[in-house]
Design a protein around this ligand. Structure first.
Ligand SMILES: *Cc1c(COP(=O)(O)O)cnc(C)c1O
Length: 369
């Protein structure tokens, strides 16, 4: 690493071939939901191993559409992890239902499956587990509980494209899988999201809701529902599809870089993530936790001065202003692992454009915290 080179926390890799493919769509004049959207959907269903996929305008819209299509509404409860990007709970609020939070495991940052069942009651209508930071959660165990209580599972796989448990890819276990194409994820098109699913009736409903609630009957538009406009543009789909061709190479590179962190990071004041043997991590984020007594915000500032962009990794959702005001949760007591991950967590740079030498340099600095 040259001196004075700042390493940001994240930086998308947009190549000339990606730009060429976007330009082709722009020149064609077919800007919305054309052949690139259809192609991207086919790619996603192939990668996740589902019958179908539906591309939409962003990752949050994917979960909003699925909840809406499942008829989840006011008076219903949906189980979500207390630690995730806040969108996981916001979509539950957006359909008028109540998110019920479950704490996470300390080292995987995924939902603590053993604590799900105690939150299930007659109002519970769905479970949204998150494959946090790109690590598959114990989705098989989640599915067992869900099947016992006949609850649909929506997998928030926003940052986990390509992750798997026992060889089966995330996004294929639940009634629907939800992916994001935000620039912080492994592949991006700026804003974008994809739903993976098998159920034909659910697919039909979601496609309808994505496009103003329109159903075509004998060439006529029937406005069946008060739907959304959550469509994806074709030039975004072209960008995502072009990046998708490199997916396996991107995941391989990230895996190699993560190994450098595991080899180089040696600091008693920092706990490293854990990857259970039956699953893989796709390293959307390399997330460590600072020991109590180390000031997270001050550390982030000091690392910035030393040329490294870091940040906290995700929110303890019940502790955020809206949820705090509405429900008055006591996060430190009720969701201690989520609270610690939020208030002491640190996301380190890990993306395709970095080199092993970059990760070594970052590790040297982190080791001095
Ligand atoms: C990124 C992310 C989202 C939101 O996706 P957007 O495309 O930004 O709407 C939701 N959940 C998780 C876990 C995420 O990482």
């Amino acid at each position: 690493m040259e001196t004075n080179k700042f390493i940001p926390l994240a930086s998308p890799d947009i190549r000339d071939t990606d730009i060429e493919r976007v330009n082709r769509v722009l020149r064609s004049g077919m800007l919305i939901q054309g052949s690139e959207v259809g192609g991207l959907e086919a790619e996603f269903s192939a990668v996740a191993g589902t019958r179908a996929a539906i591309a939409v305008s962003n990752g949050t819209a994917t979960m909003h559409l699925v909840l809406k299509a499942l008829g989840i509404k006011e008076g219903d409860e949906v189980i979500v992890p207390a630690f995730s990007y806040v969108a996981t709970a916001n979509v539950v609020e957006l359909v008028g239902a109540t998110p019920v939070f479950v704490d996470i495991e300390e080292r995987t940052f995924n939902i603590n499956v053993t604590k799900i069942e105690e939150q299930i009651n007659s109002k519970t209508k769905a479970i949204i587990p998150v494959h946090e930071f790109g690590l598959a959660c114990d989705i098989k165990a989640v599915m067992q509980i869900a099947q016992k209580h006949q609850l649909p599972v929506i997998e928030d796989a926003a940052c986990a494209l390509g992750a798997q448990q026992e060889g089966r890819r995330v996004g294929s276990f639940g009634i629907a899988g939800s992916f994001s194409l935000h620039p912080r994820k492994s592949i991006t098109c700026g804003e974008g999201g994809v739903i993976t699913l098998n159920d034909p009736a659910l697919e039909k409903k979601i496609r309808q809701l994505r496009n103003h609630g329109i159903e075509m009957e004998e060439g006529k538009m029937i406005f069946e529902e008060a739907g959304f406009n959550y469509r994806m543009t074709d030039f975004q789909a072209a960008l995502a599809a072009s990046q998708m061709e490199r997916l396996e190479a991107i995941l391989k590179k990230k895996q190699e870089l993560s190994e450098v962190y595991f080899n180089e990071l040696r600091n008693e004041k920092i706990s490293l993530p854990v990857v259970p043997g039956d699953r893989n991590h796709t390293w959307q984020t390399f997330h460590v936790v600072l020991a109590g007594g180390i000031n997270q915000q001050q550390t982030i500032q000091e690392l910035r001065q030393q040329g490294i962009g870091t940040n906290y990794g995700a929110q303890c959702i019940p502790a955020q202003a809206y949820y705090q005001r509405k429900y008055g949760h006591h996060s430190q007591n009720n969701y201690p692992n989520s609270w610690r991950a939020y208030s002491q967590g640190l996301a380190l740079p890990l993306y395709e454009k970095l080199t092993k030498e970059d990760i070594q340099s970052i590790s040297k600095i982190i080791n001095k915290i």
